[in-house]
Design a protein around this ligand. Sequence first.
Ligand code: MG
Length: 333
Amino acid sequence: MKISMMHGAGGEAMNELLKELISEISLKSSEKVYGLEGMDDGAVINLNGVHVVFTTDSHAIHPIFFPGGDIGKLSICGTANDLSVMGAKPMFFSNSMIIGEGFEVEDLKKIMKSMDEVLKELGALLVTGDTKVVERESLNGIIINTSGIGIAKKPIYDSGLKPGDKIIVSGTIGDHGLCILCHREGFEFETPIISDISPIWEVVERALEVGGVTAMKDPTRGGLAAALNEMASKSGVRIEIEEELIPIKETVRSASEMLGVDPLEVANEGKVVMGVEREKAEEILEAIRKTKYGKDAMIIGEVSEGSKVIMTTRVGGRRIIDMPLGDPVPRVC
Ligand code: MG
């Protein structure tokens, strides 16, 4: 078998490959380490009672500058958001850049500036890095890997859903994927589609302060559909959502209809999906809506006994939301 674009697209194909690769590693996680086998957004290392969360993410987005951000902003947000959904405040970052020969130094400076803006917003530090340059034929542009460390008072796992929990999304779905697709293909709309890329720690922190968060995930590649399916299958529960309650911008809806792409399956870069205890749901929603990036948050459904993700459609039908094979838009992060 050879690697195809589907193996990097955040869906079933990628998960199958990862499971195969992880099985090659002989030393496994222990009581003190929740590691690779968890296939979660990050690892949790218990160092004498302190929960250190550690994660890494490579960013190969094309194009590197797009409406709402660039690869620099993405490189910090991507890693910071994976730490955040583990319940950890993002603190320290690395930045490893693989740069194609011929890349403009001015563009590199712009990228660093964008990283700095997000780091400042988070109050986090970039503390180490690496730079490699390869021939133009091997890479036309730049690929950035960032790793991040954060501390969690109480780690949150994507497998923690319980029947009775409510499901919250922190804002509109599909913005990033449709933004990149439209920008790449040169489609223009009256109201342009802007990527939602942003650090979600404040949203998470407010929710954790209320208490009752049972599971979290950032719906990146594979979108809301992939995030919900992973949470449901790992928790051994069913998730029932209502189409009518899922926040989607009108422009995103019409662009996805025109392009034949399901907005539930494309990447978001500034959103969190949360399972929360039923009694706390309204209070958490209210707290999230007061944050900068959580104004459009909604309770979109609930958790019950069973399996799979099931959506009640606008016209009242019920359909299964499957785990996508992969994100329909390649190189989106
Ligand atoms: Mg993630």
